[in-house]
Design a protein around this ligand. Structure first.
Ligand code: GLC
Length: 391
């Protein structure tokens, strides 16, 4: 590795400190582009704090990320710093949620400090909300807006965009962030909110995403390990079985989303999300097939990987926002999946690519997988996750 581990850690620590709001007790993803608190960003940031030797800040960050939880357990995906808008009827928080990384973040922090009972209670209530309010009859969890996956502009959403924009041959279209912003706002208009402003459904979009389900099953297992509550262990196993029963795509060797309302024709576009059920499946052969693709240059391995869309698919745009470029938190999650199966060689490769990327991109939000050019908001706080990938 070009940069020494100690140098990576100290640059990550500087990045965290530069984005830390000591009064509110959390980092901002970026001070100008993202001046609020995002849920999964803060969960990842708390892991970063632990990696740079400040688990105390990590605990504050995670606690604050969970602090706007509604009485029914719903955890908003954004806590606005000042007035916000555009993500549902409320001006204090978003009406949507994001992948429940909180349980894993808490598990990481628990190596260094004792977790308050209140935080554990909030994590369990957050998971309970997903299991109560967002389950299909098949037992999968669904989202009602792409924002809830964190993977905002994935080609997997294109067919919904084509419905809205009335484009028959959407696979020929070069989607831009502008066209996706129009889709996002249309999907907000079509969301059904309850009286407290929580997203409970959508007239046009609902989907059970492979990665969201995998991360929720993983969260259930992490929470069970923290609390000793066997019921969550059972639910983790049950959800992993549902993922295998309904999402495995043998042609691609990946897991695919299951569309619930509208769209879904592009559910099989091979994305890194489709590897993440390797975090929870009990099927070693499937996990192996998916994880092998992290090393395959035709699929997700790239000079500056991991690609979030397989390189041999026409939708892959090496510099595209969620359409091919690489993201640090996805590298972190893919590495976690590789480590679960003892694939230390893959984990080491991902760590090396991640170190090369932060050096080249100055901790960018995402980067071009071919050239390593930094893209989006630079820097972005969760790119400090590279510090959590050093052995
Ligand atoms: C973008 C990303 C989302 C992230 C947010 C803040 O919206 O798509 O995953 O949480 O930025 O970094």
């Amino acid at each position: 590795m070009a940069l020494e581990a100690a140098a990576v850690r100290s640059r990550a620590a500087e990045l965290l400190a530069a984005h830390w709001d000591s009064e509110r007790g959390h980092t901002y993803p970026n001070l100008t582009t993202y001046p609020h608190q995002w849920l999964w960003d803060s969960c990842f940031a708390s892991i970063c704090w632990a990696a740079v030797g400040r688990p105390d800040n990590g605990l504050r960050e995670l606690t604050n990320a969970m602090s706007s939880q509604f009485a029914d357990g719903f955890v908003p995906h954004i806590r606005y710093a000042g007035n916000g808008s555009g993500r549902g009827p409320r001006s204090d928080v978003s009406s949507y949620t994001q992948p429940p990384i909180h349980a894993h973040a808490a598990r990481v922090l628990s190596a260094d400090l004792a977790l308050p009972a209140d935080l554990l209670g909030r994590i369990s209530a957050g998971l309970q909300w997903l299991w109560t309010k967002r389950r299909t009859p098949d037992g999968l969890l669904y989202v009602v807006h792409p924002w809830e996956t964190g993977v905002d502009d994935s080609p997997r959403w294109d067919s919904w965009a084509s419905d809205f924009l009335g484009i028959a041959d959407w696979r020929e279209v070069r989607w831009t962030r502008e066209s996706f912003t129009r889709l996002d706002l249309y999907l907000v208009d079509e969301t059904i909110f309850d009286e407290q402003g929580e997203a409970v459904g959508s007239r046009v979009f609902a989907c059970a995403p492979a990665a969201f389900n995998a991360l929720a099953a993983h969260a259930a297992a992490e929470y069970a390990a923290l609390s000793g509550e066997r019921e969550w262990e059972r639910r983790a196993v049950e959800l992993a079985q549902c993922i295998d029963a309904h999402m495995w795509n043998p042609g691609a060797g990946l897991w695919s989303d299951v569309p619930i309302v509208g769209g879904g024709e592009d559910r099989h576009v091979p994305t890194l999300d489709g590897v993440l059920p390797a975090l929870v499946t009990a099927d070693a052969e499937r996990a192996g097939r998916a994880l092998d693709q992290l090393r395959d240059p035709l699929r997700f391995a790239a000079p500056f990987g991991l690609a979030v869309v397989a390189r041999d698919h026409p939708a892959c745009d090496p510099a595209g926002y969620w359409r091919g470029g690489a993201w640090m938190q996805m590298n972190y999650l893919a590495r976690l999946a590789a480590l679960r199966w003892g694939r230390t060689e893959i984990a080491a490769e991902i760590a090396a690519m991640s170190v090369a990327a932060v050096e080249r991109t100055q901790f960018a939000e995402y980067w071009n997988i071919e050239t390593g050019e930094g893209l989006g908001a630079i820097p972005l706080t969760w790119s400090a996750l590279v510090a959590a990938m050093l052995d």
